[in-house]
Design a protein around this ligand. Structure first.
Ligand code: NCD
Length: 357
């Protein structure tokens, strides 16, 4: 069975297949109106969401399927102390496919160890968000018609921004993509991406200045400072106004640059920018529904065909992960580590390094 926990669970060909299917859905909506008739999607959302949950719901409804689930951990048995493992075992009896969002990193990975139906990661803590990545890729495809030869600027909270982590993992596989990472020092990209994902071959620069990066960019990916992931309110208040994109700052941008944002926005893009034709973030939201339709349809089809994933990672058991945001800190799981491309063993749940070896 195939799940989607990380964008790299899909090959480039499979991503292209899902994007092509999304494009076909956009042009022939009627053809897919009963494509998942009789199937149920369960949305297990332990963390707030507007777009992602409703876009999964709308996607399944437009495929003729049904949706069950919860949008708040307090209204589920999690509030009585039920583990993710047990909730997922139960939901596998009711649904054909699960989309899960959880504040702990790696929770959807735990779900895959117990579910008997495909699991989609709809955002796990500050770690990954692969369906936002598919959304972003479909938007880039529709707006720029290519993934190669792009200079992409990521601006804002690159430390906790899970959409950034996942999109970088996806884009680094294309040819001649350059990355410009624009953030304050405290919100720089985590080391596991800088060293393991980028490695030696990928070109990237880090800067504090959006103005300096602007003229070079083909894609500007703005993000919100992730207030809920900060340990101190003081640190959030100090960093919350780090970058504000306004029409003046866009004067030096390329005429065909595109501005993406996973939304919700707080104050990092002023409202006047919305009228600029380069602002794509509301078109991006709609793409999210179409690409989730394509993903649900594909995972259910693969399930029927008995398609399995090829996993070449070397896995070992180790000491408990020391990262408090990792799901392994609260669920009774095996402490497993996979060998990264750079020769470092990383926790399979949160990608933190194995210590005390
Ligand atoms: C993002 C998320 O949840 O990570 N939102 C989304 O899914 N569109 C970005 C964010 O919350 O800032």
């Amino acid at each position: 069975m195939r799940n989607l926990l990380d964008p790299t669970d899909l090959t480039i060909d499979e991503i292209n297949q899902i994007i092509d299917l999304a494009l076909d859905i956009i042009s022939h909506r009627e053809k897919y109106s009963e494509a998942c008739k009789g199937s149920k999607l369960a949305t297990l959302f332990y963390e707030p969401s507007t777009r992602t949950r409703l876009s999964f719901t709308a996607a399944m409804m437009e495929l003729g399927g049904n949706v069950i689930g919860f949008s708040d951990a307090n209204s589920s048995s999690a509030s009585k102390g039920e583990t993710v493992a047990d909730t997922v075992r139960v939901l596998s009896c009711f649904a054909d496919i699960i989309a899960m969002r959880h504040p702990k990193e790696g929770a959807p990975m735990v779900a895959t160890q117990y579910a008997t139906v495909p699991v989609i990661n709809a955002g796990d803590g500050g770690h990954s968000h692969p369906t936002q990545t598919l959304t972003d890729l479909l938007t880039i495809k529709r707006e720029k018609d290519r993934f190669d030869n792009l200079t992409v600027g990521f601006c804002g909270d690159l430390k906790f921004g899970r959409t950034v982590h996942s999109l970088i993992k996806a884009l680094r596989r294309y040819k001649n993509v350059k990355f410009i990472l624009i953030s304050p020092d405290e919100l720089k990209l985590p080391d596991y991406i800088k060293y393991d994902v980028f490695g030696e071959k990928i070109q990237f620069e880090e800067t504090h200045s959006l103005e300096e990066a602007m003229p070079k960019l083909d894609v500007l990916y703005m993000t919100r400072i992730q207030k809920e992931r900060f340990d101190s309110e003081e640190a959030y208040n100090r960093l919350k106004n780090s970058f504000i994109l306004n029409t003046d700052k866009l004067l030096t941008a390329k005429k065909d640059m595109i501005i993406l944002h996973p939304l919700p926005r707080v104050n990092e893009i002023t409202y006047e920018v919305d009228n600029d034709p380069r602002a794509c973030y509301f078109r991006q939201v709609e793409n999210g529904k179409f690409v989730r339709m394509a993903l649900i349809y594909t995972l259910l089809k693969w399930k029927k065909e008995g398609c399995t994933a090829t996993n070449n990672h070397q896995i070992i058991e180790g000491t408990p992960c020391r990262y408090s945001r990792c799901i392994s800190s609260i669920e009774p799981v095996k402490h497993l580590y996979k060998l990264s491309e750079n020769g470092i063993y990383r926790c399979i749940y949160c990608e933190g390094p194995l210590e005390n070896r």
